[in-house]
Structures are given as structure tokens and as C-alpha cells.
Design a protein around this ligand. Structure first.
Ligand SMILES: NC(=O)c1ccc[n+]([C@@H]2O[C@H](COP(=O)([O-])OP(=O)(O)OC[C@H]3O[C@@H](n4cnc5c(N)ncnc54)[C@H](O)[C@@H]3O)[C@@H](O)[C@H]2O)c1
Length: 318
């Protein structure tokens, strides 16, 4: 990686990857693209930023040529809960966006990272220790686009030798940028409500388990996978990765250790619950650990401590 383009760069994940990569590769060498510019102003000021739709082939090509891009980190997407509100739009952005970027990666010989998700699994997938290669029949439009995206990455690697790399991210937990409408967003909202109101109304049932990953481990995973020896990578669609699996009851109990008066109550959102029920409880990520050294640092206890610390500082300075 020398000259990097990030699409969807102002989002929850993109903003953190942009910061980390600019610290390593310099501001000028990490070029950001998004359809919005109303958030994360510092990232927009610090280095190259363009408002562009990832489906706008001509504009993305101009940017790739101008900055001599060799690596694309394609994050622009519509997430799971939002996708259910307008499935054709989710398909359009997630699939036509990805195929536009794959074509450009092919034409300009760029390496490409693009994430899949635990949403690429469905209720017929084994729920515990979900294998790397297994049944993938998701019921959400988001999951369907993620399975198709994984297959497209395999296709471009096998047919055109495009250097595609990806992971199946679990729910990402972070504090810099608000989440973009996923099923695991509760695991972020709960911290703000615990600190502000000592009470959280949770849209997911108390004992629904899902995999999660703290943002610094997610960013490190992208960097490690992009720097990995290509000869060691057996999968070009997406690797299972996780760091912790917990339920709303478990994260609430962990928060109570720091805020004893905190209480959680449940008002279930049927759309989110149906999606959550169809996802695995815990992925098997041994292939990522063996083939490119994936090794997350944060478990539930450390993550909760750090989130409360960081968010309480933000709230008191706001
Ligand atoms: N956040 C999670 O928990 C999670 C979990 C699994 C996988 N992922 C995947 O990681 C990637 C990034 O997710 P995120 O959480 O940062 O999402 P997000 O919604 O926070 O950010 C997505 C960004 O893409 C931009 N965008 C949307 N449509 C665009 C378009 N047509 N052209 C250019 N930009 C566009 C949005 O403005 C937004 O800033 C996605 O592929 C998502 O599926 C995220």
C-alpha cells in the first residue's frame, strides 16, 4: 500500500481507517471519497477528499489516475437495518458500487479490500463456531448483497487476478462516528444512554448473542490483511473474524460494574430482531489467525472500560 483510496470514508469504519492510514502513510497519500461532507470535518481538511458516488466510474477513475492509487478500500454501503427500508437501493449501492470499483481495480491494477459481514450468514448456517466455509443463505437484502459481493471478489481474483481481500466483520463498536444503521448498533447506543440517562431501551432481546469487534482491532485487521503475504491467503472472498460474542444482558451487566444504577429495558424492534436471530452466535476465525496473524486485543471487559472512558470524556467536553 502506497497511495490509498477509501470510499465511504466518512462512515463509522472509514473515518477510523482513514485516521490510522494517514498516520502511517501520510495525509496526502490517503484519498477519501464519500457522498456526504457534513461530518468528520477534520478528515476533510487534513488531506485529499472528494464528494463522489462510488458508482460514478468516470469520477473515480479521475481520482485514481490523479493520485496514482494502488490500493482501494471500498467501504461505501447500505447497512442491514437501513437496507430493509429500501431493498432496491441497498442492492444498487452495494452491488453496482462494488462492481464499478472491481472494474476500476482490474483496469488500474489496484489491490482491493472490501468487507463482508456476519450478515452474509442466515438461519440455516451453523450458529456456533460458524465455519469459514459453510451454508450462506441470508434473509436480509444486506446479507444477499454481501454474499454476492464475496462471490464477485472470488470471480475477479480467479478470472482477472485482481488482488481482492476481505473479512466478514461482526458488529463494530466505536465512538468517533455514529453507526450507519446496522443491527448491532445497540451495542454503541447503550453507552451513550448509560452515561446520559442511566437507562437504555434495547431493541434486541436480552439473550440474543452476536459477534462483535472493537474498532481498533477492526482497523488493525484491515492493515494486517492488506499487508499479508498473498501466498498464504487461501480465501479471496472474506475471512471470518471476531473478538467477542455477547448478548444485551451481558453488555448491560458489564456496564453496571461501572455505573451500578444503570438499567436496561427491552422494546423489541421486529426487523432488527429477525435479522439478529438469523445471524450466528459466534464465528470460527481460526483461518484468519493462521493465515495472516489476526489477533484482536479487546474483549468485552476491556472494550466496555475503554468505551465508557472515551465517551464520558467526549460528553463532558461537548
Ligand atoms: N459497522 C458495522 O458494524 C459493520 C459490520 C459488518 C460489516 N460492515 C461493513 O463495513 C463497511 C463500512 O460500514 P460502516 O459501518 O462504516 O457504514 P456507514 O454507514 O457508517 O458508512 C458508510 C459510508 O458510505 C457512504 N456512502 C453511502 N453510499 C455511498 C455511495 N453511493 N458512494 C460513496 N459513498 C457512499 C455513506 O455516506 C457513509 O459515510 C460496509 O461495507 C459495511 O457493510 C460494517
Amino acid at each position: 500500500m502506497k497511495n490509498i483510496l477509501i470510499t465511504g470514508a466518512l462512515g463509522q469504519l472509514g473515518s477510523e481507517i482513514a485516521l490510522a492510514l494517514r498516520a502511517i502513510y501520510s495525509n496526502q497519500n490517503v484519498v477519501l471519497v464519500d457522498i456526504r461532507n457534513d461530518i468528520n470535518k477534520q478528515l476533510i481538511i487534513d488531506g485529499p477528499f472528494y464528494i463522489s458516488d462510488c458508482r460514478d466510474r468516470e469520477k473515480i477513475i479521475q481520482i485514481v489516475k490523479k493520485h496514482n492509487i494502488d490500493t482501494i478500500i471500498h467501504l461505501a454501503a447500505i447497512l442491514s437495518a437501513r437496507g430493509e427500508m429500501d431493498p432496491p437501493h441497498a442492492w444498487d449501492i452495494n452491488i453496482n458500487g462494488l462492481t464499478t470499483i472491481l472494474e476500476i481495480a482490474k483496469e488500474f491494477n489496484c489491490s482491493l479490500f472490501t468487507p463482508s459481514s456476519i450478515g452474509a450468514f442466515g438461519s440455516s448456517t451453523p450458529k456456533d463456531n460458524t465455519p469459514q466455509v459453510t451454508i450462506q443463505r441470508p434473509s436480509s437484502i444486506y446479507g444477499i448483497t454481501k454474499v454476492a459481493g464475496e462471490l464477485l471478489c472470488d470471480y475477479y481474483y480467479n478470472k482477472y487476478n485482481v488482488d481482492t481481500r476481505g473479512v466478514r466483520f461482526p458488529g463494530l463498536i466505536s465512538y468517533l462516528t455514529p453507526p450507519g444503521g446496522g443491527t448491532t448498533d445497540y451495542a454503541i447506543e447503550i453507552f451513550y444512554e448509560a452515561l446520559r440517562n442511566k437507562r437504555y431501551v434495547c431493541p434486541i432481546q436480552a439473550d440474543t448473542y452476536m459477534d462483535m469487534l472493537y474498532i481498533s482491532d477492526a482497523v488493525q485487521a484491515v492493515i494486517d490483511l492488506m499487508n499479508a503475504d498473498p501466498n498464504k491467503l487461501k480465501h479471496r472472498n472474506a475471512y471470518n473474524i471476531t473478538a467477542m460474542s455477547f448478548s444485551p444482558r451481558m453488555i448491560a451487566n458489564e456496564i453496571k460494574k461501572h455505573i451500578p444504577e444503570f438499567e436496561i429495558v427491552y422494546e423489541i424492534d421486529p426487523v432488527k430482531q429477525r435479522i439478529a436471530d438469523s445471524w450466528p452466535n459466534k464465528l470460527d476465525d481460526s483461518e484468519a489467525r493462521e493465515q495472516w496473524g489476526y489477533n484482536p486485543v479487546y474483549d468485552l471487559e476491556k472494550m466496555v472500560y475503554d468505551m465508557l472512558d472515551k465517551i464520558s470524556r467526549r460528553l463532558c467536553c461537548a
